[in-house]
Write a protein that binds this ligand. Sequence first.
Ligand code: UDP
Ligand code: MG
Length: 315
Amino acid sequence: MDIELSIIVPCYNESEVVEKFFSAMVGNNGILNNLGLNCELVFINDGSKDNTLELLKAQKEIYSNKSNLDIKIVNLSRNFGKEAAMSAGFSVASGEAIVPMDADLQHPASLIPKFVELWRQGYDVVLAKRANRQDESALKRFCSSIFYKLNNKISEIEIPQNVGDFRLFTKKVLNAINSLPENQRFMKGIFAWVGFRSITIEYEEQERIAGSSKFNGWKLWNFALQGITGFGTLPLRIWTYIGFIVSFFAFIYASFLILRTLIMGIDLPGYASLVVIILFLGGLQLMGVGILGEYVGRIYMESKRRPPFIIDEIY
Ligand code: UDP
Ligand code: MG
């Protein structure tokens, strides 16, 4: 069977949603049934600690007699994170068009026909942009908007705001993504980096149908760092300019002190200003070293040339 549409679903501890996901996609009123396309569902079990894998296998059994449908389950050897799990899915996807989707049905499956329609019109990438983020906390929305603004200012690629991984892209784009050798895979950045002709549609993000989010604040912070350091070197280069500016002010201040001493005579107090200046410069240097470390660490990890994921078995 020639697959036309591949749906990629990373799953980590999603036992509460697996059955609901199947029934929404390929159940009685399943979205995929009426597309008239040969579809493939690729699940990646990202080292779940619950019985997600067993449930996936059981569901695959139930729907195995469906024509026009192929179900693959890629079992990773441990939890590698969503980005790596998606990459694993991409490496086995065989469709003409690919749609990555969350297992929790936060991405409305009802958008898929619209995706397909735009793909038929000749777009290589159809992006889905979240129109609402009301269900998220104000803090998360604030941090996310800062991330997009900062990232788009300093990195070489523009990541569209509120556009997640939910999208459709063609095989051409898939091949481009699969050809990138890096093992630190910040997908939002990679998607933007490869380019191609794209169009954006809006959607309302749904509530998670069951279970809870797998991302906490610390994970998201590291995720943001990975995004920013992965696609530009401005944070590294900026220290040269900061150094110049600080030296310039130091020179002005030194000239002022010399002149003042010449005109007004010797004057020694200045303990407070000295401490402030030393602390300020110390802090600045540590920040510079920290950012350097951020990049060096990533170069180190990347230089090991490890694969981003290990597949245990494909069912
Ligand atoms: N996920 C994964 N590996 C992980 C964390 C998450 O495969 O280490 C999957 C998860 O099963 C879900 C998707 O990534 O299908 C999005 O996760 P989640 O819904 O927890 O994130 P949120 O919607 O809160 O951003
Ligand atoms: Mg979710």
